[in-house]
Design a protein around this ligand. Structure first.
Ligand code: BTN
Length: 323
């Protein structure tokens, strides 16, 4: 186990640990401990207090991701081909998109404490500070060539809302295709990337970011109103438990979607539609279309009333029109 990680594990309880105890436990010198502490402060932006005579402690205790703990809590573990957790990674989506098909088979899940190049939709950056949130990607293989990919986006939004409702979170909404909002602010985002051959099968890399606790520095770097679970719940649930529940819900919903399509999820999505009957702007590349959002059709396409006529959109993004 790398020294930085073993020291982080010792410090994760939020109590003081002397340099000497940390050094003894890891079988290294105190100078090596100091170096590791410095690395935790700079590379992972962790706030660590150093007090003469008492040692080091994290400003806040943290629960680190634990692969075994996640696997133990999974009810559908037998359905999963693999699960990996990383301390730091460029992007969990990128990792799965680039993984050689013979090394990694579907369904495969990757989670990380931190992403240094977290990807959002439309080329945006997904701010991914260390150990506070959930960054999860799942590789799913579709056997059908004609899978409905707009529908898939909507299903994932519904799955995340199911998870949040189980936690007692209210005032949830979905912004087409799959932004998860709470009190009108973004709580979770989904990025689905595809790879595959022309004649299938197709791999979908389903990436989900869920805000649990955003450090203040995050606030300045996110360009839209956001919210985190810590602002709604008196105590945060375990990240390992949350990850396990999310994986179980995905493994329940995806085979259902493959067999029955969007149908079993339509009513739920429509009930969560945050912009229904509101004046919206549809962003299609450089183009903007103004209209009234009228829900989704059976395939998941967005319906917008534009100058009295109903239009259908299979891609793009919407925002509320300011009056
Ligand atoms: C959005 O813009 O709303 C989509 C955000 C998706 C973020 C997640 S975090 C895990 C996965 N890895 C990435 O690089 N992006 C997705």
């Amino acid at each position: 186990m790398p020294l930085t990680y073993s020291i982080l594990q010792s410090l994760s309880d939020g109590s003081f640990h002397s340099g000497e105890t940390l050094a003894k436990a890891a079988g290294v010198t105190r100078a090596a401990v100091w170096k590791a502490i410095h690395c935790l402060q700079t590379d992972y932006a962790l706030e660590i207090h150093s007090v003469h005579g008492r040692g080091y402690r994290l400003a806040q205790s943290i629960e680190l991701l634990n692969r075994d703990a996640i696997l133990q809590q999974l009810q559908r573990q037998s359905q999963l081909a693999g699960l990996e957790t990383f301390l730091t990674i460029a992007s969990t989506n990128r990792y799965l998109m680039q993984a050689p098909a013979h090394d990694i088979t579907a369904p495969w899940v990757v989670l990380a404490e931190q992403q240094t190049a977290g990807r959002g939709r439309r080329g945006r950056v997904w701010h991914s500070p260390f150990a506070g949130n959930i960054y999860l990607s799942l590789l799913w293989r579709f056997q059908q060539i004609n899978a409905n990919f707009v529908g898939l986006s909507l299903v994932i939004g519904v799955v995340v809302c199911r998870l949040l409702s189980q936690l007692g979170i209210m005032q949830l909404g979905l912004k087409w295709p799959n932004d998860i909002l709470c009190q009108g602010k973004k709580l979770s985002g989904v990025l689905i990337e595809m790879r595959g051959e022309t004649h299938g099968p197709y791999d979908a890399v389903i990436g989900i970011g869920l805000n649990l606790m955003m450090p203040e520095t995050g606030e300045r770097e996110i360009d839209q109103p956001w919210i985190a679970l810590s602002q709604m719940l008196p105590a945060l649930p375990s990240r390992n438990t949350l990850a396990a529940r999310l994986i179980d819900l995905l493994l329940e919903a995806l085979p259902q979607f493959e067999t029955h399509g969007l149908q079993p999820f339509l009513a739920e999505w429509r009930a969560l539609d945050a912009f229904r009957d509101q004046a919206v702007v549809v962003h299609l590349g450089e183009n903007r279309v103004h209209g009234i959002e009228r829900g989704i059709d059976e395939q998941g396409a967005l319906l917008v009333e534009v100058e009295g006529k109903q239009q259908r959109y299979y891609s793009g993004e919407i925002s509320l029109r300011r009056r």
